[in-house]
Design a protein around this ligand. Structure first.
Ligand code: BTN
Length: 277
């Protein structure tokens, strides 16, 4: 999990009718979206879809509630970084989940797989996951995932807000990081159908989440290995808690930890992020 949400009564503006380019594919997908097909809320602009989803969870929203925004004025990334979210330049989505205890450690791993699969199904583009859950094309970041947990009186179980942002256009990221980031439009050389992208990502997320909930975590870790094939075998470094580790990223284990082969043997990395070197 990337972070913890503080439960507090927050205001949420009224949601708006979905634009046609999202409403039609969502209606067509129907049951194919599993738990995500029932309750989709749309906002032209909102501070953060993760915050809006947390408010919904605190109000007792059932699992599978989906928040989509055209723009975010205070989009968040991992480790407290901002996630710049100009209107229409990215897909900004958050979902409310009530996972079983055993599913929680692998949620972001499952989400990374789902986004890679969703992007390929909607556009044909092959991307890959970088541990734990960044989505890359070559060495350029295309999408990110932020999972935050919280508790609410409305639900006996911990809820998790799982948010993802996918760059649709180069306008999604500041020019100063253009070397490190990419967008679907840049990679494909054509505009993308964001409605199709949304339903393919939700359909895949629904299937991967169902695997975890059913105790079939091995299906998710195998799929992750396939999506990370070109990232495994690379030299990485990791720093945290006063330690610096350098070695070759070998695998993930069944708890989602990254196994790095160093000069002193295999080391498991359970949090933070690694840099490719
Ligand atoms: C990262 O790679 O740092 C994670 C980025 C996550 C961004 C998404 S956009 C939708 C949702 N709302 C947010 O404020 N953040 C996530």
């Amino acid at each position: 999990m990337s972070g913890t949400l503080r439960a507090s009564p927050r205001l949420l503006p009224p949601d708006m009718p979905l634009p046609l380019d999202l409403a039609e594919p969502l209606a067509r997908a129907g049951d194919g979206l599993g738990i995500f097909g029932r309750h989709v809320r749309w906002y032209p602009e909102i501070p953060s879809t993760n915050d809006a989803a947390a408010v919904m969870a605190e109000r007792g929203a059932g699992q599978g509630c989906v928040i989509v925004a055209n723009a975010q004025s205070a989009g968040r990334g991992r480790h407290g970084r901002p996630w710049v979210s100009p209107p229409g330049a990215g897909l900004y989505v958050s979902t409310v989940l009530h996972p079983r205890e055993r599913a929680i450690p692998l949620l972001t791993i499952a989400a990374g797989v789902a986004i890679v699969e969703g992007i390929q199904a909607a556009t044909g583009l092959k991307s890959r996951v970088k541990w734990p859950n960044d989505v890359y094309v070559d060495d350029r970041k295309l999408a990110g995932i932020l999972a935050e947990g919280g508790t609410s009186e409305a639900s006996p179980r911990q809820y998790v807000v799982l948010g993802f942002g996918i760059n649709l256009m180069p306008a999604a990221y500041p020019p100063e990081i253009a070397r490190l980031a990419t967008s679907l439009e840049y990679e494909l050389g054509r505009p993308v159908d964001r409605g199709l992208l949304l339903i393919e990502c939700l359909a895949s997320l629904s299937a991967r989440y169902a695997d975890l909930q059913a105790g079939e975590a091995h299906r998710v870790t195998s799929a992750w290995r396939a999506c990370a094939a070109s990232s495994l075998g690379r030299r990485v470094q990791w720093s945290g808690a006063g330690t610096h580790i350098e070695g070759v990223a070998e695998d993930i284990d069944e708890s989602g930890a990254l196994v790095v082969r160093t000069g002193n043997g295999a080391v498991r990395i359970i949090s933070g992020e690694v840099q490719w070197i």
